[in-house]
Design a protein around this ligand. Sequence first.
Ligand code: ZN
Length: 246
Amino acid sequence: MTLDGTNSWLLAEPGARVAAVVDPGPDDEGHLARLAGLAAERGQRIGLILLTHRHGDHSAGAGTFSALTAAPIRGWHRSFAAPLADGERLDIGGLLVDVVATPGHTSDSVSFHLPADRALLTGDTVLGRGSSAVLHPDGRVADMLTSLRRLRDLAAEAGTVILPGHGPVVVDPVPVLDRLLAARYRRVAEVRRAVADGEVNPDAIVRSLYSRVDPLLHRVARASVEASLHYLDVTDDPLRPSDHAP
Ligand SMILES: [Zn+2]
């Protein structure tokens, strides 16, 4: 599921001797060698490998890349030797990078804010095009809504750009984040209506809501519908239907 490919981001302060890579991507020898080569051309060594979340299209090459560069790997998940913490400030050869917890797509999804560059690296939380799936049971709709609002607050500073995990750079992120929030609420409302109509089977809801869904994406659509069903069960949000029996 790399869509049109995973974006790997090479970050360094101009003139610095050290760089970081966010999401080295799948275990693709050519791609990883190219990333290391780009840094070497600028006289930089890779000092840190950061992961936006643990999905293989972002992280599978991290071990190989770490062996190639001797750089440590850091991500949100507790399985890492030094898990990232919300609000932590990283200093990569003078480049300051703030860690922003943005769960929702997965529980371990994290974004990176470069305040001096007004850039947000969002992994799969915000994509260059389309909207990201909340993957039940690990991903939670309530978390995604909170994360999108948090990113919207950070993106409100004029000139902020989003550097996503897939697709092109988002140069005007606030309206995009507003659309993603509205789309998420719309999707929940659609599931709520299906439930109110007596449909509780996730596969049947997927068929009624996503009539044109590619069979390959059915699993993702189902996980998204299940995430909405879970949200409707647990949330105090006004969207929660009063007539929905658990
Ligand atoms: Zn992902």
